[in-house]
Ligand binder design. Structure first.
Ligand code: ADP
Ligand code: MG
Ligand code: MG
Length: 252
């Protein structure tokens, strides 16, 4: 059962401190939702964990099963089993979706243990079917010309293929219509297990009707300011964030 621990994490972008000490622990079998107003540092948290070069970690720790993630190279973090479905996935021209996915899988499996082409194609076809993605997307350049919703489905496809132990989903619901949201949520739910923990970043409660979280955290101004169960998300949906600001005396 994996344990993922974020301790006192501080991070800056272009010299400006965005994360001001984030603490969070996700264990296998758990789904944690991180909610919060725009611009509070949710995506920054995800990027800092993954080692995006623009985000400088100035303090704190990220530990996967006790191992120091921040000491790992970026590609090592993915190989260690941390996955991020990005809010704004980037386009890679000249690299097909299948090529990209196959190298990611093989990087994780290691030299001498590469997946056979037949097995890979069968696996990709099966997962694409589950996500109702058109088979032609296998041979399209990664995210190039994909609609917002297609990019999001494709991010989840990567997650299904890579079977990570810690899944971070950043605003996976944005750009999805209600039918796509159901398909994507079902795929995520199908992956819930004791071997896997989820950190689901979302601005809206709607997603959490489909992916039921065990814990809900509210992030404001670079910190987790409140944690609770699913009822916290429902209250946020009904009342917004102002009551939390009042309760905690936050001025913006
Ligand atoms: P959220 O995901 O909660 O909406 P972000 O983490 O994207 O918030 O952004 C938090 C703050 O950091 C914002 O003020 C944003 O403008 C700033 N920020 C994030 N990424 C960058 C970047 N690459 N360059 C400059 N500023 C950034
Ligand atoms: Mg945002
Ligand atoms: Mg964001």
């Amino acid at each position: 059962k994996p344990t993922f621990k974020i301790v006192g994490l501080k991070a800056s972008v272009e010299g400006k401190e965005i994360l001001k000490g984030v603490d969070l622990e996700v264990k296998g079998g758990e789904v944690h939702a991180v909610m919060g107003p725009n611009g509070t540092g949710k995506s920054t948290l995800a990027s800092a964990i993954m080692g995006h070069p623009k985000y400088e970690v100035t303090e704190g720790q990220v530990l996967l099963n006790g191992e120091d993630v921040l000491e790992m190279e970026v590609d090592e973090r993915a190989r260690a089993g941390i996955f991020l479905a990005m809010q704004y996935p980037s386009e890679i021209s000249g690299v097909t979706n299948a090529d990209f996915m196959r190298s990611a899988i093989n990087a994780k499996r290691g030299e001498g243990n590469e997946i056979s082409l037949i097995k890979f194609i069968r696996m990709m076809e099966e997962k694409m079917k589950a996500l109702e993605i058109d088979p032609q997307f296998m041979h399209r350049y990664l995210n190039e010309g994909f609609s917002g919703g297609e990019k999001k489905r494709n991010e989840i496809l990567q997650m299904l293929m890579l079977e990570p132990s810690i899944c971070i989903l950043d605003e996976i619901d944005s750009g999805l219509d209600i039918d796509a949201l159901k398909v994507v949520s079902e795929a995520v739910n199908s992956m819930r297990s004791e071997d896997r923990g989820f950190l689901i970043i979302t601005h809206y409660q709607r997603l959490l009707n489909y992916i039921k979280p065990d814990f809900v955290h509210v992030m404001m101004q670079g910190r987790i300011v409140k944690s609770g169960g699913p009822e916290l998300a429902e209250r946020l949906e009904a009342e917004g964030y102002d009551w939390i600001k009042e309760e905690l005396g936050i001025v913006d």
